[in-house]
Design a binder for this molecule. Sequence first.
Ligand code: HEM
Length: 156
Amino acid sequence: MSDPTPHVPGSVPRGVPAQPITLRVGEHGASATGSLYERIGGAPTFDRLVRRFYEGVQQDEVIWPMYPAEDLEGAIWRLSAFLQQYWGGPGTYSEERGHPRLRMRHNPFRITSEARERWLHHMHEAVESLGLAPLDEAELWAYLDRAAHAMTNTFD
Ligand code: HEM
């Protein structure tokens, strides 16, 4: 006797719980479908990104004077933790610092188009240094570029 409700190809057979499909780059590799945070390697990757960024910023005579030289490690933590949270990692930034309110937190600084372009220059070098997959790099960069434009608060 034939099954009255034959299995439709591509559907989930009855009695089998649906599983989310997770593509991995290798047998034990990172997930290719999770958050960008996971895909690019989690906290260590964001720390590399932000440390590299601040290496450039420290050489910059326009924007470095805005930063707290005596609390560079704190600044590294704040930016890295924020970006991790934004991209789907742990919410430690908001646990420690509250709601990001980034435009408000940047109000004390004169962010001109020149300052923004310098910030973006150092961030671009840092992003490129990670050697990410092209789509991940494009997604990360599009966000940073857009956010930096939104942070501009001083117009000549
Ligand atoms: C457009 C040029 C920008 C300039 C010149 C700038 C400058 C600064 C400065 C001087 C600080 C204080 C450093 C500290 O004590 O942590 C800061 C903090 C911070 N910036 Fe920016 N920033 C820019 C864009 C951005 C963008 C695009 C983002 C996010 C994608 C961002 C995220 C942050 C975060 C998370 C903090 C720490 C906030 C806190 O918890 O106090 N900034 N920024």
